[in-house]
Design a binder for this molecule. Structure first.
Ligand code: NAG
Ligand code: NAG
Ligand code: NAG
Ligand code: NAG
Ligand code: NAG
Ligand code: NAG
Ligand code: NAG
Ligand code: NAG
Length: 531
């Protein structure tokens, strides 16, 4: 019987100058995905996966529905602890996951939001917000920066000083951009949200004369120079009386210590050279002129605003992720993630809605309901956050439930009767993911190698973020001074592939194979062998 011991400290970071062709006659080495789930004995923390070759601990999703054709791509999410004093996610960060519960990439930065793929100048990038999330009386927004990560995982950030009054000093001194929106526009600029605290006479609204508001801004930025190209300040264009969240409710009492978050911008996009801006607390989406910032029209989730009233079974409130589709001079479709709940007012299921709007608006045109996506038998009540992606690549639809750690993929049916995939990745109301996305993503890390660990006669290999690896070529030397020889190939399985160490190995190294070619070698593990 042989006994193999791994000396972790002996791992050598060896890299080949050349990348030889794969040995197509190499023997197949049986392999499988390493699946180890850890659980918290107290049950407070959602079950998580562990690996030998990676320190990251993605959530072990509970997949309760998985049927029918799913859209291509991976799930993107940012599981985070809702109560920072009561950890509920083993790793608070960004994850790219397959729909069958395998991690693809783990990003170890806590409190990030809006992790997704966007195209900038024709190239795909991972984009996400990182920074400081406000707490206590100012909860619900943040000050941070937007990060762009290319398909080799090198990155840059966009971090302008927007001259905001943040009412907090450390650790936000260098940050301005809010958690909610970071959308690359068709003009290769970046539309972001921001929050600025401003003195305001709040006596007409039942607040102090020398009161304060947390005002909402939409800002369009040049991605390279960080120059401000357009700045829209909600209080300059929308009467505060449109707010549906009154002073003394859960969004501030209007003092400097607790400014009134009367508007709460949480989504925006460019439509031509104009802007569509969503206000959670006004229950309204505004169409704003790109020329002068004036509100051209609003749709209000109950009254209809400048349109006729919404159909009774499709009103919306506290909504997120307003997006325009099929825009013409005479109409557009508008989608929203309709939370329909706050901590104060609960009890209506959250859902995805699409309306057709006739333009220019008129109160004689009633918004027409095109889609209402929900599962009445398993309603979800999301007090905050969430998104609704109307068109995945194959016509499927994705709903992220924000404060409720569930993501659903529906087929194209307009009523949500075709639920195809559902995953839970955290405790209800203890773990949140601000938004969820599904994207195709092809990437090969430049800055880090595949990671190989040997333990008790088995080899474990992973390469965080590498999406294209098909197999691992396995190199073995029978003495620690010899160069390794290719002895076979193990198919890549899951985030971490495990295979039995070939007999007689004194050193072990693997090489990632993509499209038949070796692209990168792992560290070399020296194996102390006793025969
Ligand atoms: C290719 O693999 C075979 C079988 O494992 C081995 O005999 C041969 O030496 C390998 N060739 C090279 C160039 O490593
Ligand atoms: C993740 O980042 C935190 C904060 O920088 C650090 O303390 C922790 O060790 C990191 N975890 C891993 C697995 O690298
Ligand atoms: C991990 O997830 C899988 C797939 O959803 C599930 O079958 C398994 O029960 C989960 N394990 C734990 C401990 O939650
Ligand atoms: C957050 O968790 C801490 C520790 O368990 C608890 O004392 C506190 O009440 C929680 N806060 C909220 C708002 O639930
Ligand atoms: C981005 O770059 C910084 C160094 O500038 C690095 O610490 C960080 O890990 C990088 N993030 C990603 C996702 O590559
Ligand atoms: C960040 O802010 C601090 C404090 O205002 C300042 O000392 C530091 O130079 C700033 N860093 C950057 C990168 O702007
Ligand atoms: C809000 O609370 C403050 C302080 O508790 C109080 O003075 C004020 O009358 C309240 N306003 C409303 C509209 O309830
Ligand atoms: C603002 O610009 C729009 C066109 O985008 C125009 O229709 C409107 O009259 C302008 N309003 C003001 C106050 O200049």
């Amino acid at each position: 019987m042989r006994l193999l011991l791994a000396f972790a400290g002996c791992a050598l970071a060896a890299r080949l100058a050349h990348t030889p062709k794969a040995n197509s006659s190499a023997a197949t080495i049986p392999s499988h995905a390493y699946v180890q789930v850890e659980t918290d004995p107290k049950g407070a923390i959602w079950p998580w996966r562990v690996f030998k070759s990676s320190p990251y601990t993605p959530p072990n999703m509970t997949i309760t529905v998985n049927q029918g054709e799913l859209a291509d791509g991976f799930i993107f999410m940012t599981p985070a602890n809702i109560n920072l004093s009561a950890p509920a996610a083993e790793m608070d960060g960004g994850f790219i996951m397959t729909s069958d519960n395998e991690a693809v990439f783990a990003l170890n930065t806590s409190g990030i939001t809006d992790f997704r793929v966007q195209h900038y100048k024709g190239q795909p990038y991972l984009t996400y917000w990182s920074g400081y999330n406000t707490e206590g009386a100012n909860v619900g927004h943040g000050y941070g920066q937007v990060n762009f990560v290319d398909s080799s995982y090198s990155n840059f950030s966009v971090n302008p000083d927007l001259g905001l009054n943040k009412l907090v000093t450390t650790p936000v001194a260098n940050w301005s951009i809010d958690i909610h929106e970071h959308l690359v526009t068709p003009w290769n600029t970046l539309l972001v949200s921001a929050y600025n605290n401003t003195p305001w006479d709040l006596s007409p609204y039942g607040g102090p004369v020398d009161g304060w508001i947390a005002d909402s801004l939409a800002v369009e930025l040049d991605i390279e120079t960080w120059e401000v190209l357009f700045k829209w300040v909600a209080s300059e264009h929308v009467p505060l009386s449109e707010s549906q969240l009154h002073i003394n409710a859960s969004a501030g009492i209007g003092t400097i210590a607790s400014p009134w978050d009367w508007f709460h911008i949480n989504a925006g996009e460019m439509v031509g050279s104009d802007y569509l801006i969503n206000s959670r607390h006004c229950w309204s989406t505004y169409y704003v002129s790109g020329t002068n910032g004036s509100v051209q029209w609003r749709i209000q989730g109950v009254t209809g605003g400048d349109f006729g009233p919404l159909p009774a079974d499709s009103t919306f409130s506290w909504q997120h992720y307003a997006r325009a589709h099929n825009v013409t001079p005479t109409g557009m479709d508008l989608s929203v993630f309709d939370n329909h709940n706050t901590i104060a007012v609960n009890g209506t299921p959250s859902n995805g809605l699409v309306f057709h709007l006739e333009l220019p608006p008129s109160t004689s045109y009633t918004p027409q309901l095109l889609r209402k996506i929900e599962t009445p038998s398993e309603p979800i009540y999301a007090d905050s956050q969430g998104d609704y992606i109307v068109e995945l690549s194959n016509g499927n639809q994705l709903l992220g439930y924000g404060q409720i750690a569930i993501t659903r993929e529906y087929g194209p049916a307009t009523d949500g009767s075709d639920l195809r995939w559902q995953a839970q990745f955290g405790g209800l109301n203890t773990v949140q993911s601000y938004r969820a996305f599904k994207h195709v993503w092809h990437a090969t890390p430049a800055a880090w190698d595949p990671s190989l660990v040997v333990e008790s006669g088995y080899a474990y290999v992973s390469w965080n973020g590498a999406t294209e690896v098909e197999a691992w070529n396995v190199y073995v030397a029978n003495s620690t001074s010899a160069n390794g020889t290719l002895v076979g190939q193990a198919a890549k399985e899951g985030f971490e592939t495990v295979f039995e160490v070939p007999a007689g190995a004194a050193t072990l190294q693997v090489a990632a194979v993509q499209k038949g070619d070796e692209v990168r070698r792992s560290n070399t593990v020296h194996i102390g062998s006793v025969w």
